[in-house]
Design a protein around this ligand. Structure first.
Ligand code: FA5
Length: 344
């Protein structure tokens, strides 16, 4: 009898250990066979032992063997049910259905576009510079040849923080900041945010991005300016993009030009186009040869060095690259718009 009790204890410990290792129905069946199979199961073998006991020991022996049998059966049954419900849950997934769209965050389309522009200039050997968005009157105007009360300042009206501090109206002041520190050869671009007193419309914003370009070296001519911009615009749009240079005026370049591209919204075919006003052309940048006076302002000898500069509206140009008829869309935070543009 003592021996039987020991055996039962041993089997129970073994069962408890093995049931925790079971992973599937196959394992479950194997454990069931090990303990309950009619001929060689441990419980059946215990009943064989039972037959060798004295008659007065049998009632207690029968009771504890049956308790083990019930214990094993109940535990196996519970595990079987667990497996069946898990299978039912699995069945509720229909793997043929399309998955849920998960939107990952991403930089704003204008930032993406700015990076594209930077990449083109980096491959041309330019480096990238930055400057402050709050600027002094000296850098934004004075050093760029806009004396106080010069009427050209009116085009660049802006928000003043103090008499001498303002939100920069263009990226050109960074030209001065860089030329004060570095001597030629200089070949840089300056992307950044600028601000103007402007009523928003499809092609004008009070806050927008520009990318400035500046090249200063010995023997730089207008041909270099033209070649660089043509190469850049073809790389940004396509080989067939139509470009035109128009004479213009900026106090800090002489001669100056404005560069237009063909309107990609109407292809020059809609007289009522709200973007190009029916002209078929849209201005995307201002440019010119750096005025000798500007070079003198930063102690670069204009007799030895010459250079060109340009300033392009990133949002304005993005509008044509993405063929969008209203630039304000970029800042209305409608994710349906942003995602469409990012997919193009
Ligand atoms: C300038 O800002 C000069 N600093 C450009 C320059 C740099 C000329 C270096 C010569 C040498 P302008 O005001 O034309 O120029 O602006 C340049 C470009 O910025 C425009 O061609 C246009 O693409 C964009 N832009 C101008 N105003 C707005 C506006 N309100 N909203 C969006 N884009 C604008």
């Amino acid at each position: 009898m003592k021996e039987l009790k020991k055996k039962i204890e041993k089997y129970k410990t073994q069962f408890n250990r093995e049931i925790t290792l079971i992973q599937d129905k196959k394992g479950l069946q194997e454990l069931r066979n090990l303990f309950l199979s009619r001929k060689k199961g441990y419980v059946s073998l215990l009943f064989e032992d039972f037959k060798t006991l004295k008659p007065e020991e049998r009632p207690e022996a029968g009771k504890i063997i049956n308790e083990l049998k019930e214990y094993v059966q109940t535990k196996l049954q519970a595990l079987q049910e667990e497996f069946s419900t898990a299978k039912k849950v699995e069945k509720t997934y229909d793997l043929t259905l399309p998955g849920k769209d998960i939107y990952l965050g991403s930089p704003h389309p204008i930032v993406h576009f700015q990076q594209e522009i930077e990449q083109i200039f980096l491959t041309m050997g330019f480096t990238i510079e930055e400057g402050p968005e709050i600027e002094t009157d000296y850098y934004n105007f004075e050093a760029l040849n806009f004396p106080q009360h010069h009427p050209a300042r009116d085009d660049w009206d802006t928000l003043y923080i103090k008499d001498d501090l303002l939100l920069r109206t263009h990226t050109s002041p960074v030209q001065i900041r860089v030329m004060e520190k570095k001597k030629p050869p200089i070949r840089i671009i300056i992307p950044g945010k600028v601000f103007r007193k402007e009523t928003p419309d499809p092609t004008h914003l009070p806050m927008f991005f520009q990318v400035e370009g500046l090249v200063i070296d010995v023997g730089i001519t207008f041909a270099h300016l033209k070649g660089t911009l043509e190469y850049f615009l073809k790389a940004l749009f396509n080989e067939n993009i139509k470009i035109r240079f128009r004479p213009s005026f900026f106090p800090f370049t002489e001669p100056s030009a404005e560069v237009d591209i063909e309107c990609t919204v109407c292809d020059g075919k809609n007289e009522d186009c709200r973007v190009c006003g029916g002209s078929g052309w849209i201005e995307i940048l201002g440019a010119g040869m750096v005025d000798p006076q500007v070079l003198k302002n930063v102690n670069i000898d204009p007799e030895r060095y010459s250079g060109f500069a340009f300033g392009m509206g990133i949002d304005r140009t993005a509008m044509f690259a993405f063929q969008i008829s209203d630039m304000r869309n970029f800042y209305e935070n409608d994710l349906r718009f942003i995602r469409q543009v990012l997919r193009k």
